[in-house]
Every structure is written in C-alpha cells, then in structure tokens.
Write a protein of this length. Structure first.
Length: 357
C-alpha cells in the first residue's frame, strides 16, 4: 500500500513501527506501578492490565524487520556494511552512555572486566538486549532470505508450525507440567527467528475483510489470556517461593503471539491511503515518527530512569502523589515527548545522527 506523497514507503509498516515503539514505552512506564505495589493489589492490577495490553511491542518490531529485510535482495558485502554497522555503532555508543549514566545517577562502579562483560552480554541497560537480537537476525538474513525467496507457502507454514511448537508450546509444557525436558534439538526453529519469518510471510498474504472480526477476537482473546495466565502464574510462584514470575508476559508465548499476529494483520489490511493521500503534512509527521522509532527505543530508558530517580523533578510513584490511572499516562507522555524530541534534535546534527538510525 503506497502513498502518492511518499511512494517508496509502505504506510502500514510505518504505523506498525509507531505502535510498536509506543507499546514498548508504555511497557516501561507501567512496569514501575507493578514493581512498587503489592502483588494483586488494585494499583498492581492497573499496571498489569496496561502492561498486558502492550506486550506485543517487541514482537511487532521483529516481525516488521523480517517483513522489510527479507523482501529485498542484497549484495552480501553491502548488506553487512550498511545494516550491521547501523546497529553496531549505536549499540556501542548507547551502551557507553548507559554505563556512564549508571555511574552518575546510581553510583555503580565497574571493573574493566565487568565493563567488557556488559558490552559482550548486551547488558548496559534492560532494553539493550534487543540490539544483540537484531544483530543476530541481521547476520542470518542473507541465509534466511535464500530460503524464503525459494520456499513455497506450505513449506514456510511448516517451518512456522515447527517454530511455534518449539518456541511457544514446549517451554510451557516443561515449565508447568511434570515433564522436565523434551530433548529434541531444532535450534534453527527457535527464538525470534520465527517472528522474523512470520512478518515476511504475513506481508505477502491477503486477508478478506470478513475475516477481520476473527482477528479482532483473536487479539482480545490473547489479551485476556495474558491477563489471566500471567496473574495465575505469578500467584503460583508467589506462593511457592515469594517471587513474582510473569512468565506469560514473554514475547514468544502463545498469548502474546496471538496479539502480535492479529494486530499486524489488522493494521496491514487498513486502507491508509484514504487517510494520508494528498495530506503531505500528516504523512510527513507519520514518517518522522516512524523513522525516529529505533532511536526512541534506545533513549527512552534514559528518561524512564531520570523520571524515576526524581532528576526531572517529578516522582509520582515514590511520593504517592498520583493514582496509577493518572501516573501511568503522565509517565508515558513525558517519556514519549522527551524521547521523540531528543531524537528529532540529534538527527539534525550531522556529527551525531549516526547514533540514532
């Protein structure tokens, strides 16, 4: 679905990217409400309801990356140079920024070996792990591209079925049943590789309008399952060992995959041209938000941390000034505004724009 103002852009891909980054910010903005309140309390439930709704954010990012990168042919040297370095350089710079921030604002001290391990483990902050995931998928892209380019739909569907079983179903069986292990190693079809290929596969399919109601039902069912299963799983672990293990928040769990898949299809099948065609300013605004999303992902945790620490002059959770119904939207709006503003400004500076791809 192309636009007359930006004919080279896929509008629904921009919309998915914007929704995904807003979901990720909201995950972090609402998580604080859960962490400081007693499990099962009213305030915990408010955070849980919000967090459950936006769990597909990371999964959508991976699906979108697969859709865009697996649809093109690249010369291997050019791909490795352009795509890998676009992720690796920001990873190094932002990891350094977060290590410095941890030193300045949390008083953490690191040895040289610890710093090396932080870099190699992609552990500078809680969200940097995603950079390692994307680098791995990018390195595999030239190989996966050959497969999806030549495979028939039924072959890709077979792969996706095997991936879903090994990545979503078997881990649940092992975690919640007496079965301790299922020792069948099919590592190529585990992890986020399936999400990557799923995004590509769905982008090549057409879905009839009369089926959209079923995808809405699928999304709502996934949301309700996320709420219920996460609560029940956390209740069990609380009783057994005092921990609050929200396993069904996982990005590859069946409930979150139901939400991500259905939302991807629902957005894909919307005719955005009738909303954006001939509206150059609106389309430019959407494109700017979309192209800033990766940079916003990198910087948003910095503002979450500053907000929680009181550095920005407002700590609603710690001071008890606001109900979570008010606090979560305030945190979300502040972090979203500052993150997009920061990335917008950095992208205008030639020397530093390479760190916010």
């Amino acid at each position: 679905m192309r636009n007359s103002v930006y004919p080279n852009r896929i509008i629904y891909a921009d919309i998915i990217r914007i929704i995904a980054i807003l979901f990720v910010i909201l995950i972090h903005a609402s998580a604080y409400s859960m962490s400081i309140n007693d499990f099962g309390s009213r305030d915990w439930w408010i955070g849980h309801l919000v967090n459950s709704l936006v769990r597909p954010g990371v999964t959508l990012f991976v699906m979108l990356s697969g859709m865009l990168l697996l649809s093109k042919d690249y010369k291997l040297p050019d791909f490795l140079k352009n795509k890998i370095m676009r992720v690796f350089i920001p990873f190094v710079v932002w990891s350094t920024i977060y290590i410095i921030a941890r030193f300045l604002f949390r008083g953490e001290r690191f040895t040289f070996i610890q710093i090396i391990n932080i870099f190699t483990g992609f552990k500078a902050e809680t969200h940097i792990w995603f950079m390692g995931l994307i680098l791995g998928l990018y390195l595999a892209t030239p190989i996966i591209r050959i497969y999806v380019k030549n495979a028939e739909n039924k072959n890709i569907l077979y792969f996706l079925l095997i991936w879903f079983i090994f990545s979503s179903i078997i881990p649940i069986i092992i975690k919640y049943t007496p079965i301790e292990s299922i020792y069948i190693k099919f590592e190529f079809a585990t992890g986020f590789t399936g999400c990557y290929i799923l995004g590509y596969f769905l982008s090549k399919q057409s879905f009839k309008k009369e089926f959209m109601k079923y995808f809405i039902i699928l999304f709502l069912s996934g949301y309700l399952l996320t709420i219920l299963l996460s609560y029940l799983g956390a209740s069990r672990t609380n009783i057994e060992n005092g921990e609050n293990n929200l396993y069904f928040y996982g990005y590859l769990t069946p409930n979150v995959m139901m939400m991500a898949l259905s939302l991807f299809i629902l957005i894909k099948e919307i005719n955005f041209n009738k909303y954006f065609d001939k509206r150059e300013r609106l389309m430019k605004f959407v494109v700017n938000l979309s192209t800033s999303a990766f940079g916003v992902y990198l910087v948003q945790i910095l503002f979450i941390g500053l907000l929680d620490s009181g550095f920005l002059g407002l700590v609603p959770s710690i001071n008890g000034l606001f109900d979570p119904i008010i606090e979560i939207p305030i945190n979300f709006l502040i972090v979203t505004f500052l993150s997009f503003l920061t990335i917008g400004l950095l992208r205008k500076i030639p020397i530093v724009r390479f760190i916010v791809p």
